[in-house]
Design a protein around this ligand. Structure first.
Ligand code: NOJ
Length: 582
C-alpha cells in the first residue's frame, strides 16, 4: 500500500474516555456494529473452529477498534448443516462453541468494556434435528406437531410431486418428502433453505409463544438485542400459491414472492417490540434492539420493518449491492434516506457480511448485480475501492455494520478447493452457486504460519484453509502501520465518534461535483468520494481529516499540513477524503 492517512493519530478509546453515545438509550441510531462470525473469529481451544472463549479473549481488540457493539452469528446447538443457521436447541450453546456460561461471560466482559452484544435469532426455520420436528416425523400425518411446520400431501397420483413449485434458496425444490413411521413415502415439508432447515408455520400459536420465550431467555442473560434471520420470510402467502416460473433465485430481491416480505410479518414484529420494553429501565433505559435481515424488493419495503412500533434497524442490502459508481450510490443513498425519514428510523449501511463476497473482492471485479463473485479480480484496485467505500459509508447518517476481517482489507478466498467447502448451497447446486465459504475463512491475527494466531498453536488446524499470504494481513502486521487498512478503520471510527457532524442524522447536503464524484456536507463536515479512475480537482472543502488513499494535493502542495484554504485540491482516483471546517 502506498496510501497513507492525513491524521495518523487517534484519540484513546478506553473505558473511562468512552463517548457518551455508548451510554444513551438511542445508541443504535448511530452505532457501528461489528459482526463476529464465531466459527472464524478466534479459536481458543485449538480444534480449528472458532469459539466463544476466543471471541471473549479478543473483545479488547474490538473495543480498541472503536466499534459500539458486536453481533454474533449463531452459536446455538446445531448439526451445522448451514453453519449454525439450522438450530436444534435455541437455548443451548453448541459444545463446539462452548457453553451457556461462556455466552454469559462474553456479555459481561463486553459490557465492562463498553460494548453492547447482539445475538442472532433464527425464527423462520429450525434444524431437522429440533425436538419438535423429530416428534412430528415420529407421530406421522395428522400429528399436532406437524402443524407447527408446513407439512402437506404431495400432488400427482401417488403424492409423488411437491405440493407447489417453490424453489429452495439453496437450489432444488423447497419441499422434501418424508418416509412415514410405517416405512411408506408420505407427506412433504417446506424448507426455503436446506432440507435440514424445515420452515415453521407462524400461524400456529405455539410457534409464536416459543419465540417470545426464547427472546426472553437471552434477554434475561443480558443481551442487548437480536439480529433477526430471514425476517422477511416468516409468513407465507395463504394457500401457498405456485409462482409459475423457474429460476426463482434470480427474482429474489426484485420481485414480489409468495414466501417473502408478506404483510403478515409486521404483526409478528409488533408483538415482539413490547418484549424489549419489559427489559427497559435498566442503567441505559429502553435500549435493546432488533435488526432485521430483510431482503425486500425496494428500500421503501425495507422501511416498513422499522416503523415506530416494529424493529429498530434493517440492513440496507440495496446499498450493499450497489456498484462503486457515484451516480448509483447517490441514488441509493437518497432513496434510503427518503424512505427512512418518514418512519423515523436510522439508515443502516452495510458493505459485507458472511453471505456475500467481501467488498474488497466485489470491487476488484467488473460491476455485477451478483453478490457471489468467483474471481479475485484486481486485488489492489479492489482494496483501494473498498477502503474508499468504507469511508463513504461511515460518513453517511445512521448506523453501520462491519463484517469481521474487512478492517484488515481481507479479500474473499476464491480458490478454496471444492472438498473443503461447507456452504450447503454449493453442494446442492453442483458448484454453480454457494460460494459463501470464501468470506468465512478464519481471521489472521499474528505470526508467519497458519493459522496465523486464529488458534493457539502454530501449524494447528483451521476449519477452512487460510492463504499463505495472509501473514501480511494479520492484525499484528497492520497494527501501528499508518498506511494499513486496520489503522484506517481505527482512525475513521475514532473520528466518527468524536466529530459532532458524524453518526446519527437523516440527511446529507449534496454539493456540486464532477462526474464520478460524490460530495456532501453534514454540518461542519464534508465527504468527497471519487469513484472514477482519474484524479479530480475541486475547490478546497476544508481541512482534510482522513483519506482512504493518497493525500489530497492542494495547488501548492499536499493538503496534509492541515490548513483549509482557497484554491483547489486534487483527490486521487478511487479515494474518499473526509474534511472538517473546524
Ligand atoms: C441468512 C443467513 O445470513 C444465512 O447465512 C443463512 O444461510 C440463511 N439466512 C438461512 O438461515
Amino acid at each position: 500500500m502506498t496510501q497513507h492517512l492525513v491524521v495518523p493519530v487517534r484519540p484513546a478509546l478506553s473505558g473511562e474516555g468512552e463517548p457518551d453515545a455508548r451510554r444513551r438509550a438511542d445508541w443504535w441510531r448511530e452505532a457501528v456494529i461489528y459482526q463476529v462470525y464465531p466459527r472464524s473469529f478466534a479459536d481458543a481451544n485449538g480444534d480449528g473452529m472458532g469459539d466463544l472463549a476466543g471471541v471473549r479473549a479478543r473483545l479488547p481488540y474490538l473495543r480498541d477498534l472503536g466499534v459500539d457493539a458486536v453481533w454474533l452469528s449463531p452459536f446455538y446447538a446445531s448439526p451445522q448443516a448451514d453453519a449454525g443457521y439450522d438450530v436444534s436447541d435455541y437455548r443451548r450453546v453448541d459444545p463446539m462453541f462452548g457453553e451457556l456460561a461462556d455466552a454469559a461471560g462474553l456479555i459481561e466482559d463486553a459490557h465492562a468494556l463498553g460494548l453492547r452484544v447482539i445475538f442472532d435469532i433464527v425464527p423462520n426455520h429450525c434444524s431437522d434435528q429440533h425436538e419438535w420436528f423429530q416428534q412430528a416425523l415420529r407421530e406421522g400425518p395428522g400429528s399436532a406437531l406437524r402443524r407447527r411446520f408446513h407439512f402437506r400431501p404431495g400432488k400427482g397420483e401417488n403424492g409423488e410431486l411437491p405440493p407447489n413449485d417453490w424453489e429452495s434458496i439453496f437450489g432444488g425444490p423447497a419441499w422434501t418428502r418424508v418416509t412415514e413411521p410405517d416405512g411408506t413415502p408420505g407427506e412433504w415439508y417446506l424448507h426455503l433453505f436446506a432440507p435440514e432447515q424445515p420452515d415453521f408455520d407462524w400461524d400456529h400459536p405455539a410457534v409464536a409463544d416459543e419465540f417470545r420465550s426464547i427472546l426472553r431467555f437471552w434477554l434475561d442473560l443480558g443481551v442487548d438485542g437480536f439480529r433477526i434471520d430471514v425476517a422477511h420470510g416468516l409468513v407465507k402467502a395463504p394457500g401457498l400459491p405456485d409462482l409459475g416460473v423457474h429460476d426463482q433465485l434470480k427474482l429474489l430481491g426484485h420481485d414480489a414472492m409468495p414466501f417473502f416480505d408478506q404483510d403478515g410479518v409486521h404483526e409478528i414484529y409488533r408483538s415482539w417490540r413490547p418484549i424489549l420494553a419489559e427489559y427497559s429501565g435498566g442503567e441505559y433505559g429502553d435500549d435493546r434492539i432488533f435488526v432485521a435481515e430483510a431482503w425486500t424488493p425496494t428500500v421503501a419495503r425495507t422501511a416498513e420493518y422499522v416503523r415506530e412500533d416494529e424493529l429498530h434497524q434493517a440492513f440496507n442490502f440495496q446499498y450493499l449491492a450497489t456498484p462503486w459508481e457515484a451516480e448509483a450510490l447517490r441514488e441509493v443513498v437518497d432513496l434510503t434516506l427518503d424512505a427512512m425519514r418518514p418512519v423515523g428510523a436510522p439508515a443502516t449501511w452495510v458493505l459485507s457480511n458472511h453471505d456475500v463476497t467481501r467488498h474488497a473482492t466485489r470491487f476488484a471485479n467488473e460491476p455485477s448485480t451478483s453478490t457471489q463473485i468467483r474471481t479475485p479480480g484486481d486485488r489492489e484496485l479492489g482494496l483501494r475501492r473498498a477502503r474508499a467505500a468504507t469511508l463513504l459509508m461511515l460518513a453517511l447518517p445512521g448506523s453501520a455494520y462491519l463484517y469481521q476481517g474487512e478492517e484488515l482489507g481481507l479479500p474473499d478466498v476464491t480458490d478454496l478447493p471444492d472438498e473443503v467447502r461447507q456452504d450447503p448451497s454449493f453442494h446442492r447446486q453442483n458448484g454453480q452457486d454457494g460460494y459463501r465459504d470464501g468470506c468465512r475463512v478464519p481471521l489472521p491475527w499474528s505470526g508467519t504460519a497458519a493459522p496465523f494466531g486464529f488458534g493457539p498453536a502454530e501449524g494447528g488446524p483451521s476449519w477452512l484453509p487460510q492463504p499463505p499470504g495472509w501473514a501480511e494481513l494479520s492484525v499484528e502486521m497492520q497494527t501501528g502501520d499508518p498506511t494499513s487498512t486496520l489503522e484506517l478503520y481505527r482512525s475513521a471510527l475514532a473520528i466518527r465518534a468524536e466529530h459532532p457532524a458524524l453518526g446519527a442524522g437523516d440527511g446529507v447536503d449534496w454539493l456540486d461535483a464532477p462526474e464520478g464524484v460524490l460530495a456532501f456536507r453534514r454540518g461542519a463536515f464534508t465527504c468527497v468520494a471519487n469513484t472514477g479512475s482519474a484524479p479530480v480537482r475541486l475547490p478546497v472543502p476544508g481541512r482534510p481529516l482522513l483519506t482512504s488513499g493518497a493525500e489530497p494535493v492542494l495547488d501548492g502542495g499536499t493538503a496534509g499540513s492541515g490548513t483549509a484554504g482557497s484554491g483547489t485540491v486534487e483527490v486521487a482516483a478511487d479515494t474518499t477524503v473526509w474534511w472538517t471546517d473546524r
